[in-house]
Design a protein around this ligand. Sequence first.
Ligand code: ADP
Length: 186
Amino acid sequence: MFGAPGSGKGTHGKILGAIPGFYHCSCGDVFRGLSPDEPLGRVFVEYSSRGKLVPDELTIELWKKHTHALTVAGRLDPKRNTLVLDGIPRNVHQAQMLDKFLNVTAVFYMCSANFENLVKRLQRRALKDNRLDDANLDVIRARLKTYEQETKPVLNYYGKKIVHRINTDGTPTETFAKVMRLVVKL
Ligand code: ADP
């Protein structure tokens, strides 16, 4: 799942993850699950509170540990399951690092023509999900800038053949119907 902060990639990724054989893995959720007392938890707060990306090596290491733990626990079968990645890779370097471990079959690019929608969704989420990084307009701007500059080039990296644009300006149900139509086709 690919898109700007607030694009709905998490919402739809979670629903997809409920389909048997699919497993939703949100990098932001894994980071938020860390304790602020552990070193990586502190690093996460330091970067995310400024709208910046956590350094690549730390991010990929954490992702590897997390997926390994899921595999050992029998919750993920890497040979048979489809991993619905959400929030990772977030730059081209991460995409290159992940190439060793993944066979990326499709990128669902959640895009909105309405920039104001994104900001509104983020501000609503700040209160509902207790997301401090969404509460401050300066941090939101910084995250959107990071997305434009560092994350968007990932689309070119994967290329037109596997990138599918999904317009998210309709209702969540309409958007999910588009996501499902693609999943069935693929
Ligand atoms: P959103 O859903 O708004 O896109 P996430 O929950 O995915 O936000 O991520 C929140 C924050 O966690 C990011 O702003 C960033 O600081 C950090 N983060 C999440 N995923 C990554 C990643 N792949 N690489 C680096 N930092 C990340």
